[in-house]
Every structure is written in structure tokens, then in C-alpha cells.
Design a protein around this ligand. Structure first.
Ligand code: FES
Length: 278
């Protein structure tokens, strides 16, 4: 039996904002019944970008219900920009903590929120758990989800990864790959950390190129867009958007919210993106 806090039990037994929403401004869906947990998050966002209402439907355990419930409470009244900063740690903290084996429920909340905000911006909604390369087939967990969980929660072992994402909790076939991703992501975190060994220019150029080619370009190409790396001067990365991204009203959001943010996370927090038109 798991040890749940009073807050978890309260939100589980008296879930806030449960149910479907009529005419939501945005909807985000993650997980799948086959994997044991699923969450659908509905948001009503006004013209000023303020979240006026949030509701959820979930299939899962007590912590999945409690995490979804507290997430909707946290979201109401926040601007989209504020909501974007919420992470699974905020969800768990507002529940007074979750058993470590159940942290994946809070991660599911963060992912549903990200999917809903993507939906609100009019970006193509990814199929549930289908963004990025699939690493754990038993639970449909992608490399992107695993890397984000490692970074945001400072995960140190494969067991931690399983607790936060469920990856590795089935047949165990993905365990060697989880080890590799863990080692690689922790090395990136160490080089980007203040006081960590500073990257040389060559290392930075190689890592920026790798992240753009392996993560950012495939994500943009899914929606018919593309990006070209033009130049790198220190922490200034010059790029040119291509394909459907050219002239797209959301192109500045793509540059700041996707390209710059991901490079800051994966390479160097000081990175700044500059765009040159083709
Ligand atoms: S593939 Fe990851 S546990 Fe089976």
C-alpha cells in the first residue's frame, strides 16, 4: 500500500474540476489505456491569454486523479505564459509529495498541459505519447520525455526514470538504452551547469548541430517546416526557417519556445537565437 499525503487523499476522494468541458479553447491528451494511465485536460482561455477554466478526465490510480485535480486548480487564473512554467515538481509539491513510484502521474499532468497549450497555439497535436523517438515500447515513452524527466527532476538512476516515466517498468528490454540516455543527459547537464567544465567552441558547435538535426528538425518537419543552421558565434546561434515555417504567424514562438529553449536546455543556458530570412 502506498503512503499518500492527506492532500493526495483529499484530491483523490474529492476531485476538483473532473469531467468533460463543452467547447474548450484547448485540449491535451496523454497516455493510453493500454499503458494503464490516460489523462485528457481541457482549458478555457480568454482573449487575454488567461486560463478561465480547466477540467480533466483521467483513467488511472489515486495519484493520477489527485495530480490531475490539483493541476486544474493550479491552472485557473494563470496566464498561458505562467502556465508554461508549471512542471511536474509543482504538481507533486502542491500535493505535499507523491510516493517516488508514482511520480510518473505528475509527469503525465505536465505533459497533458504541454499538449493542451500546443493545441491552443494551433500547432499540430501529436498523437498521445508519439512525439519523438519511442524508447520504451511497453509504456509508449519517448526519448524526449525521458530526457526532460532526467533534467527537470535531476534523476540519477534507471529506477528513477521508471518511477517518473514508467519506462523500463515492463519487459525491461529498454533498460540498456535508458542507461545510455541517462549517461548522455547527465553529461550534458554537467557541462551546462554553473561551475561545470565550460564547453569549447568546437564542442558547442557539434552539440548544437546534433540537437538541431536529431530533435528540432524532425519536430518541425512533422508540420511541414524546417530549419537551417547558418552560423554559430559563441552563444549566438543564427538560423533560417524553411518550408511551412516561413511566414508562419507562430514562427517567433517556434524560434523562442522550441528552438532557443531546447538549445538552452541541451547545450548552454546562454544561447540566443537570431533569425536570418532566406
Ligand atoms: S520496452 Fe521498456 S519495459 Fe518493455
Amino acid at each position: 500500500m502506498w503512503e499518500y499525503t492527506d492532500k493526495v487523499m483529499d484530491h483523490f476522494l474529492n476531485p476538483r474540476n473532473a469531467g468533460e468541458m463543452e467547447n474548450p479553447s484547448a485540449m491535451g491528451e496523454v497516455g493510453s489505456l493500454a499503458c494503464g494511465d490516460a489523462l485528457r485536460l481541457f482549458l478555457k482561455i480568454d482573449d487575454n491569454g488567461v486560463i478561465q477554466d480547466a477540467k480533466f478526465q483521467t483513467f488511472g490510480c489515486a495519484s493520477a486523479i489527485a495530480s490531475s485535480s490539483v493541476l486544474t486548480e493550479l491552472l485557473k487564473g494563470k496566464t498561458v505564459a505562467e502556465a508554461e512554467k508549471l512542471t511536474n515538481k509543482d504538481i507533486a509539491a502542491h500535493l505535499g509529495g507523491l510516493p517516488k513510484e508514482k511520480m510518473h502521474c505528475s509527469v503525465m499532468g505536465e505533459e497533458a498541459l504541454a499538449a493542451a497549450l500546443k493545441n491552443w497555439r494551433g500547432e499540430a497535436a501529436p498523437a498521445p505519447a508519439a512525439e519523438g523517438r519511442l524508447v520504451c515500447k511497453c509504456f509508449g515513452v519517448t526519448e524526449e520525455t525521458i530526457r526532460r524527466a532526467i533534467r527537470e527532476n535531476d534523476l540519477k538512476t534507471v529506477e528513477d526514470i521508471t518511477n517518473f516515466t514508467k519506462a523500463g517498468g515492463g519487459c525491461g528490454e529498454c533498460a540498456p538504452e535508458l542507461e545510455e540516455i541517462l549517461a548522455d543527459e547527465r553529461a550534458r547537464m554537467a557541462s551546462a551547469a554553473p561551475g561545470g567544465k565550460r564547453m569549447t567552441n568546437i564542442q558547442r558547435v557539434m552539440l548544437v548541430t546534433k540537437v538541431i538535426d536529431e530533435e528540432i528538425r524532425p519536430a518541425l518537419k512533422k508540420d511541414g517546416g524546417d530549419i537551417e543552421l547558418v552560423d554559430i558565434e559563441g552563444t549566438k546561434v543564427v538560423v533560417s526557417l524553411r518550408g511551412a515555417c516561413v511566414g508562419c504567424p507562430s514562427s517567433q514562438l517556434t524560434l523562442k519556445g522550441l528552438v532557443e529553449k531546447r538549445l538552452q536546455e541541451a547545450v548552454d543556458p546562454d544561447i540566443r537565437i537570431e533569425e536570418v530570412r532566406p
